[in-house]
Design a protein around this ligand. Sequence first.
Ligand SMILES: [Zn+2]
Length: 116
Amino acid sequence: MERFSGDYYVYPGATDRALRRYRAFLQPPGRRPLYPQDAECSCRGCSFDDVRHARDVLGDVLRQLPPRPRAQLEGQVRALDVRYVERTLPDPFAADRQWRSDLWWRRRIADRREAG
Ligand SMILES: [Zn+2]
């Protein structure tokens, strides 16, 4: 699927990388909130610095997969989603300040790096 995807951000190995990135973001033990951060560069390598990009890729992959592998991946992603919701904080102003705030995983408080 990755090989034939017309999506620039979905390429061979991207799903594995996205899963590992999502898992790594949620790795820190404890209950302290975690804050997604913008990637410094939008190329398809650096974009994974932003965990929300990893979740975008997983969403895109899930949409394109045939039913059986989709169900399998979906199980893993849902488990991580539960932890993501637990460890991040809702952003009530997401519509004004988050890019693509239609996606629920982007309606969370982010750590904005000030430019300049
Ligand atoms: Zn880059």
